[in-house]
Write a protein that binds this ligand. Structure first.
Ligand SMILES: [Zn+2]
Length: 471
């Protein structure tokens, strides 16, 4: 069965067929962070979702080119620059580095390109010029340039491809300079914002005077530069559908650069919202978490990633700290099984377990049905544990199981159990306990066992000798 995905553009689940006639290469663009603060757990849900899409496409054998922009100029950034009184890139660089570190903590594959808006001003200006030439953009008296929705529609194009817009009821025709304008307005949006006194030193020259690009145009310019005027997959959070993504379509298709009969983007995928404790996350409610806040509470990147990957991407997800505890317990079950398999497998080489992979991929082929995929994996863990307990598994079977897990994990990316480093002092105690046992001094051996327990380590006696495990 082939992969099927829910396409916001058609509002239906469609078979995934890449634009590449060879059916091999896939271009994928995900709207990246605006680097004025640390990304929060709601943002991370979207980025982990886009990583899942990329990993699964790679699992299916596609060669994916993954682009994620960095928005390094916007109203909030300019406010931050004004407050910190430093250069723009000092302010954004700090948050950009933090974002890329956090991406690694969550084991997201690094995008192949992470273009910055401020490094693509010429491409942005060229795209605005193309829209001006086609009569779809106009310069306002203050030097800002706006996209004309009326002209765009007048030429037979549809504004409202991703959402149904009611032009009779919604306010039409106003101009907005702000990128985050009200969802009730169908407004001409700024492509270029004339320099204002509060922008300080953040401005660039353009044919229309000094200023800076709007947010929507940067995604159109950078995605088309790196992936071509027509590409396969565009992702983002559902809050970006309107106006951001709708405006991206209007600008990109308005420039008329796509090959005949092709759209700017073939498949639009949107991840649903994340709530925390059943409520919209907000600093005032005290339910606002950055990734770093959660790490400070002692959770790990893989636990957070696992939890974010337990719900279907189109379902609103309720994130809780209890959920993270549950994630820890679930991963422990997997880890324990894998540790036993490793011991049993030794150096044996094997082929993978085709039936689990078949079940796993038929679940994910169905619009990334992640619960179905995890269900198949946990059934397999249960079955493997039973076979291990019965002693009905040999080294070859264990090696096959490990190989299978590695394929599953190439998509889930929760990783293998971390290798626990045993401190020298603990190892010395373990050896002293072994020596006491050899000398049949069981009283001393027992005392050492208690001492290790008090220090947080449990002794496990295995056929290959004793070892310690963190409690
Ligand atoms: Zn974007």
């Amino acid at each position: 069965m082939g992969l099927k995905l829910f396409n916001t553009l058609s509002r239906s689940t469609q078979e995934f067929v890449p634009l590449d006639p060879a059916g091999k290469e896939v271009g994928m663009y995900c709207c990246g962070p605006t680097v004025y603060d640390f990304a929060h757990i709601g943002n991370w849900r979207t980025f982990v979702f886009s990583d899942l899409v990329r990993r699964y496409l790679e699992f299916k054998g596609y060669t994916v080119r993954h682009v994620m922009n960095i928005t390094d100029v916007d109203d909030k950034i300019i406010k931050g620059v004004r407050e910190t009184k430093g250069p723009l890139h000092d302010f954004t660089g700090k948050f950009e580095r933090a974002f890329l570190d956090d991406l690694k903590t969550l084991n997201c594959r690094t995008p192949h390109d992470t273009p910055r808006a401020t490094q693509h001003i010429p491409e942005i200006v060229a795209l605005i010029e193309a829209l001006m030439e086609r009569g779809l953009a106009y310069k306002a008296p203050d030097g800002s340039v706006y996209f004309s929705i009326e002209k765009y529609r007048g030429g037979g194009s549809t504004y409202g491809q991703l959402v149904n817009l009611n032009f009779d009821e919604m306010r039409v025709g106003e101009r907005v300079r702000s990128d985050d304008y009200a969802k009730e307005a169908i407004a001409d949006f700024a492509l270029w914002k004339a320099r204002a006194p509060e922008d300080g030193e953040v401005f660039w020259p353009s044919p229309w005077g000094e200023g800076r690009p709007g947010w929507h145009i940067e995604c159109s310019a950078m995605s088309m530069k790196l992936l071509g005027p027509s590409f396969d997959v565009h992702l983002g959070g559902e809050d970006l559908i309107f106006p951001h993504h709708e405006d991206e379509i209007a600008q990109s298709e308005g420039a008329g650069v796509q090959p005949q009969g092709q759209r700017f983007v073939k498949y639009w995928l949107h991840g649903a919202h994340l709530l925390v404790d059943g409520k919209k996350m907000s600093k005032s409610l005290g339910n606002f978490f950055t990734l770093r806040n959660l790490l400070d509470k002692g959770f790990t990147g893989r636990e957070i990633r696992y939890l974010l990957l337990t719900a279907h991407y189109r379902e609103t997800f309720n994130f809780t700290l209890d959920g993270l505890q549950g994630a820890r317990a679930s991963l422990q079950r997997v880890d324990e099984c894998l540790t036993k398999l490793r011991e049993l497998a030794g150096g044996a080489k094997a082929t993978d377990h085709a039936s689990l992979l078949k079940e796993f991929s038929s679940a994910l082929d169905n619009d990334l049905n992640i619960s179905g995929a995890w269900g198949a994996v946990f059934d397999w863990v249960r079955d493997t544990n039973r076979r291990l307990a019965e002693g009905s598994m040999d080294a070859m079977a264990a090696a096959a199981a490990l190989l299978t897990w590695n394929k599953v994990d190439s998509v889930f990316g929760v990783g293998a159990p971390p290798e626990v480093e045993v401190p020298v002092e603990i190892n010395a105690l373990l050896q002293a306990r072994e020596a006491a046992r050899m000398a049949k001094d069981f009283k001393r051996a027992d005392a050492i066992r208690h001492e290790l327990k008090a220090k947080g380590w449990l002794i496990e006696d295995t056929p290959k000798g004793a070892r310690v495990k963190r409690i």
